[in-house]
Design a binder for this molecule. Structure first.
Ligand code: ATP
Ligand code: MG
Length: 438
């Protein structure tokens, strides 16, 4: 393994202390004052070199966790597998990790399973050793607070300039050690606009299915990072390209294979697009809404199979939702509050068909009304629900009480009104045929 080090002095790179958070600087300086080495490392260095604001600042040091704790009052040690120090400044947390020993020489503290997955590695080491356990060369650049230089053991700087994501060491070995690195490759490629190195790409195709061995709770965390960061559509496409998406969302992948009367399923694509647009506009997005969109078609397909067997509509949809969720949580452990919210969004759909009497005014007070309505709109925009119905609800929710009462008056009393309710009333049956009509 190449162990030549290249030091980029302050004048040879663009990172300035002005871009670094004050709290991260405090941590670096205090460690240095206490006689330790202290570096910024990982995503923050990579992002600073691109002139981007890092999500968070990670520090690497030769101080052991207990020693770090003695330097800071506002410090907590966390983690069982890796002991890490978290230094708290109000809402900002600076993570301080002790250099870890890794590399090719395995010892008792580094345990691999039979697929080559790294189960434990908690030996401390030097910066030269710490480098080799990191994933991509661009994530293994160290900004030294002592002289403001960037320390590069893996030609990360050259890869960074060329926009390449290259695993340190043998790609297949590194993906086997931790298959989540494949998801990280996709996430960074999309976020940074970098290319995955061809050798890494090849290994990803070869070992994609190993991702299935990762605990579902960790995959859920990764899925959130992948889909909630503003590049969901591109991420989805790239994950499918490498055969990774099917591990995360097997039921969705199956439903994508079944075209709807010759038309590709658009709801999911539209949901991803909307989510990215909302993030670009600074609006919030919710995970449950996106996951409800991911699995909607799978629920529909299953429910239709049950209906064909003569199972009652309400039961068919309930069972379909149960089965799809039960299958999903095995791959990505969606927490209960998320699956509950997804079910609510789904089960609100048939309720939008009621446009008369007291039901609309009750529906509008439902805590998930807005999400349910947004979902209806998504279905309507992609051919899965009546567009007129969605428009009616748009008008209804923005109307005052008096107008709302007029809109929901039974059709016989509505002769003088110019609302499109008659047409909607007839269309009701076509919309209800695709969803659970509780
Ligand atoms: P971002 O925080 O922007 O998502 P990041 O690269 O900082 O990206 P983190 O998860 O914060 O990602 O990890 C910090 C650093 O720790 C990484 O840059 C990398 O050097 C190392 N690292 C994290 N996860 C792994 C992993 N699974 N395998 C090897 N190294 C890793
Ligand atoms: Mg980070």
């Amino acid at each position: 393994m190449n162990s030549g080090v290249r030091i980029y002095t302050r004048s040879e790179h663009c990172i300035s202390r002005k871009q670094i958070s004050d709290n991260a600087l405090k941590v670096l300086y205090q460690l240095q004052k206490a006689g330790f080495d202290a570096y910024l490392v990982g995503g923050c260095v990579r992002d600073l070199l691109l002139g981007r604001e890092p999500k968070d600042f990670d520090v690497a040091t030769n101080a052991e966790p207990e020693q770090v704790r003695k330097v800071f009052r506002n410090c907590r040690l966390i983690g069982r597998r890796f002991r890490l120090a978290h230094v708290h400044f109000g809402r900002e947390v600076i993570e301080v990790a002790t250099f870890r020993g890794a590399g090719e020489a395995r010892n008792d503290d580094q345990v691999l399973n039979k697929e080559g997955r790294l189960l434990r590695d908690n030996v401390y080491g030097t910066i030269e050793e710490d480098v080799w356990r990191r994933d991509f060369t661009v994530n293994a650049l160290y900004y030294n607070i002592k002289d403001f230089s960037v320390v590069d053991y893996t030609s990360g700087m050259a890869d960074h300039k060329a926009g390449i994501l290259r695993l340190i060491g043998d790609p297949e070995t590194r993906f086997r050690e931790d298959p989540v690195r494949m998801l990280r490759a996709v996430r960074f490629a999309v976020k940074l606009g970098f290319h995955i190195h061809p050798e890494c790409e090849k290994s990803m195709h070869d070992v994609a299915e190993l991702l299935a061995s990762i605990p579902s709770a960790r995959l859920y965390d990764e899925a959130l990072k992948l889909f909630m960061s503003g590049y969901a559509l591109q991420t989805f496409e790239m994950l499918r390209h490498y055969g990774l998406f099917q591990v995360l969302f097997p039921a969705t992948e199956n439903s994508l294979a079944i075209e709807d009367e010759g038309f590709p399923r658009l709801l999911l694509i539209k949901a991803l697009e909307n989510s990215d647009n909302r993030i670009a506009e600074g609006k919030t997005v919710t995970a449950y809404f996106l996951f409800a969109a991911f699995l909607w078609d799978a629920v529909q397909i299953r429910a239709h199979q049950k209906l064909a067997k003569g199972i009652a509509e309400f039961v068919a949809y309930q069972e379909a939702a149960n089965e799809v969720i039960a299958m999903q949580v095995k791959s990505t452990a969606l927490p209960r509050h998320i699956t509950l919210a997804m079910r609510e969004v789904w089960s609100l759909q048939p309720k939008f068909n009621a446009q008369f009497g007291s039901k609309p005014s009750r529906l509008i007070t439902h805590p998930r009304f807005r999400a349910g309505y947004d979902f209806l709109l998504l279905r309507a925009q992609t051919g899965g629900a009546d567009l007129e119905l969605a428009k009616w609800w748009e008008t209804y929710q923005n109307a005052n009480e008096n107008e709302q009462r007029k809109m929901t008056a039974p059709p016989r009393q509505a002769k003088t009104s110019n609302s499109p309710r008659k047409r909607n009333y007839r269309k009701k049956s076509s919309a209800s045929s695709t969803v659970n009509s509780e």
